[in-house]
Design a protein around this ligand. Structure first.
Ligand SMILES: [Zn+2]
Length: 256
């Protein structure tokens, strides 16, 4: 069971790494609800998460998350102490702290975080967004990285499509640049034109035949026959020695 879990975690994280730019060490932002659930089962968060993801990671909190947990007090005092052990990232709300959920929403817009939360509302919001991995304790017990949401999968497909389009555009601009620099000739860049030259329009050939017929009908029969004869003569290939003999015999005056 553990092996399949790790495989899934790796598979899901490689999806986020390939499509949304996640890098090691992974940054896991932990809210009060997750820290509370982990504290209840005495989960060694950092150790367990490193084993789960099988890579280096950092646990992150913000001043807003700590302040929110502190304000509840009572049973959450040890949870708050646990949170304070993590790295505190500046969120920009230090002077006027906001709710943990609102703070995490803002943080995920500017940086790639895995969000560890048991808050159902925050979980739903994360799944409606693209590129935010959701981590939680299933049944408040089992560490689980949620499969990438439909929103994430769709966004990844869009990105892939745009990458292919950019490649096509790059190729066109590259060809244009080469043309300007004289590195590529027109014939190299436009091979289709060659085909046109190879295959002349058959209709044009027919027209030329018709023209010949039309002109021949108007010509005098004698002149026409002469022109045909001259054509035939041109096609006859006489041996060199015959031509030489003919010219020696004074054939210059007459015709063959
Ligand atoms: Zn904040």
């Amino acid at each position: 069971m553990k092996v399949t879990k790790h495989k899934k975690a790796r598979k899901y994280m490689s999806f986020y790494m390939n499509n949304f730019g996640f890098r090691e060490p992974l940054l896991v932002i932990v809210d009060g609800t997750f820290a509370n659930a982990a504290y209840k089962i005495r989960l060694q968060i950092e150790d367990q998460l490193k084993k789960y993801f099988q890579c280096e990671l950092k646990l992150i909190v913000t001043a807003c998350i700590i302040t929110e947990t502190e304000s509840i007090g009572g049973p959450l005092v040890p949870v708050c102490q646990l949170l304070k052990k993590f790295l505190v990232h500046k969120c920009g709300h230090e002077k006027r702290p906001i709710s943990g959920m609102a703070c995490i929403r803002a943080m995920t817009k500017t940086c790639n975080y895995i969000v560890a939360t048991q808050d159902r509302d925050l979980q739903e919001w994360i799944l409606s967004r693209a590129g935010i991995p959701l981590f939680y304790l299933h049944n408040n017990q089992v560490p689980t990285l949620v499969q990438p949401s439909d929103a994430s999968v769709k966004a990844a497909a869009k990105k892939l499509h745009s990458r292919v389009h950019v490649r096509e555009v790059d190729e066109k601009t590259l060809i244009n640049l080469k043309r300007k620099e004289g590195l590529v000739s027109e014939s190299q860049t436009q091979p289709k034109r060659r085909k046109k030259v190879k295959n002349p329009n058959p209709l044009s050939c027919k027209k030329s035949k018709k023209k010949k017929n039309v002109t021949s009908s108007h010509e005098i029969p004698g002149v026409q026959s002469q022109s045909i004869e001259t054509r035939k003569r041109k096609r006859i290939k006489l041996p060199k020695h015959v031509i030489e003999q003919h010219f020696k015999a004074g054939g210059v005056e007459g015709t063959v």
